[in-house]
Ligand binder design. Structure first.
Ligand code: 5AD
Ligand code: SF4
Length: 472
């Protein structure tokens, strides 16, 4: 494994040599989840070592990179639109076009690129990200299109260069892939089976981040709280380190790392919130008490069709158990409306769960047919119009709950990790609560990167306003 990375380092040097004194620029468009964002940070790391400088303007880039997502249909339209725009620019300035990520693991997509966008230079999948320097070198040298896609599960490579987006918050991928096969979801087909990173490598990375001054760590995985589960169940060898042999023990170990103030994790599955995980969240002071608990649908029959492996009652029981055991717990969730066969009456169960749980945040999605998934083959697809109507109903409910919930913050004290200046007002600082609410306040820029206690003075639908009373 190390030799493969050594091999890539040689290609990094080769491309760097080609780029010498050339001031080459790259643009990158990342679609989808935080795992993709973390992959993009690695791609940026490689590119910058190869002598490329980042530009936000696609039109002036010498290399235009896309890291794609295929969870929902709209990303496809976006990619093809951008590729269309790039054709002319490429003719004028010879831009190298590279496309990677989840969408490239779908044959019908790569076929379409070949047919309609033949001027694409590099296509790589989710299992070959580490080989990007080699693919790029060959594309430049041989002036031939490189297609580098593997169907087998890729390993998790260590020690790739990385250029992180923030110097306060960092993402750390701890596992990859998914074995759940929810019937609407394409992820298991494009990201492969579950595999976890070695505990020691994760601890080393977080310790290094702490040394560099990072304060918040988000642990990532398509099924993050099943970390090392497959390894344990199938007796796949891994090296125990500091007693880490599960997600719960990993949380406890990271909680001890000095300098790190907050730990978050996405995206978990309700079935993996075993008692040990719940206890670890409760016990670990740095683990944020906002937990993402994807519901997807509130009706038991729909959940069964979705292959979610829990009923409405089991979900609500889990929420109760977690709220009992974890003081100050807040929850966020994902919901899909309009799954095939979902009746109006069954959709009411989704609204009912939302009313009962009172989520801190709800990520709402309209069901999108994904080729190759069981959901796509179901006959009773819901008409678009009906899906949109349900979406609007859910949105109205969620927004009214969020604004109701925001009122509870007013006149409370909240610990905020200060992240920077506000996008809309340079004179204001912005940060987030434990429950991930944005808080805007007036303060000294030297507070950036630190935890402060603020009093919340007012609420607005998407942010809270705070005041720093013990400033001086
Ligand atoms: N259609 C709509 N939403 C989907 N998601 C996953 N697959 C689909 C689909 N086919 C949503 C789920 C998941 C989130 C990341 O995306 O809610 O939790
Ligand atoms: Fe998709 Fe379900 Fe796996 Fe999440 S758990 S990635 S929704 S198949």
């Amino acid at each position: 494994m190390e030799t493969e990375i050594e091999e890539q380092k040689k290609y990094i040097e080769k491309v760097k040599k080609i780029n010498q004194n050339k001031k080459q620029k790259y643009s990158i468009l990342t679609m989808g989840c935080q795992l993709n964002e973390n992959d993009s940070e690695k791609l940026c790391g490689m590119l910058e070592e190869m002598g490329y400088e980042k530009t936000e303007n696609q039109n002036e880039a010498d290399l235009s990179l896309f890291n794609t997502c295929c969870v929902r249909e709209n990303a496809e339209d976006k990619l093809f639109g951008k590729l269309g725009e790039l054709k002319k620019i490429k003719e004028q300035r010879g831009t190298i076009i590279a496309i990677g990520g989840c969408m490239m693991q779908e044959k019908h997509i790569t076929d379409k690129i070949e047919k309609s966008y033949p001027y694409t230079d590099i296509i790589f999948g989710t299992h070959t990200l580490h080989k990007f320097p080699e693919d790029l070198y060959k594309a430049i040298k041989d002036k031939k299109r490189q297609e580098d896609i593997l169907d087998i599960d890729g390993k998790i490579y260590e020690d790739l260069p990385i250029k992180r987006d923030s110097n306060i918050k960092a993402s750390v991928t701890i596992m990859n892939g998914c074995n759940n096969f929810c019937s609407y979801c394409i992820v298991p087909y494009v990201r492969g089976r579950e595999r976890s990173r070695e505990p020691k490598a994760i601890i080393k990375e977080v310790e290094e981040l702490a040394k560099q001054g990072y304060k918040e760590i988000t642990l990532l995985g398509q099924n993050v709280n099943s970390y090392l589960r497959v390894e344990r169940e199938k007796n796949i060898k891994f090296e125990e380190y500091e007693g880490i042999n599960s997600f719960a023990t990993l949380l406890r170990a990271i909680n001890k790392i000095e300098g790190i103030e907050r730990i978050r994790f996405v995206s978990p599955h309700p079935k993996d919130f075993t008692d040990d995980v719940i206890e670890a969240i409760a016990d670990c002071n740095k683990v944020c008490k906002l937990v993402h608990l994807p519901l997807q649908a509130g009706n038991t029959k729909v959940l069964k069709e979705m292959n979610r492996k829990y009923t409405k009652e089991q979900y609500l029981d889990l929420v109760k158990k977690m709220k009992d055991k974890i003081p100050n717990l807040t929850l966020s969730t994902d919901i899909i409306v309009g799954f095939p066969g979902e009746s109006d009456e069954e959709f009411e169960d989704t609204l009912d769960v939302v009313k009962k749980v009172k989520f801190e945040q709800v990520y709402m999605f309209i069901y999108s047919r994904r080729i190759g998934t069981p959901g796509d083959k179901m006959e009773n697809q819901i008409p678009e119009e009906q899906k949109h109507k349900r979406f609007e109903r859910l949105k109205t409910l969620v927004e009214s709950q969020i604004s109701e919930n925001n009122k509870k913050y007013v006149n409370t004290k909240q610990k905020i990790l200060v992240e920077g200046t506000s996008k809309n007002n340079e004179n204001m600082l912005t940060g987030r609560t434990d429950s991930n609410k944005v808080v805007i306040f007036e303060g000294d820029k030297r507070l950036i990167g630190n935890m402060v206690e603020l009093e919340i003075v007012s609420e607005h639908i998407w942010y809270l306003k705070g005041e720093n009373f013990d400033r001086n």
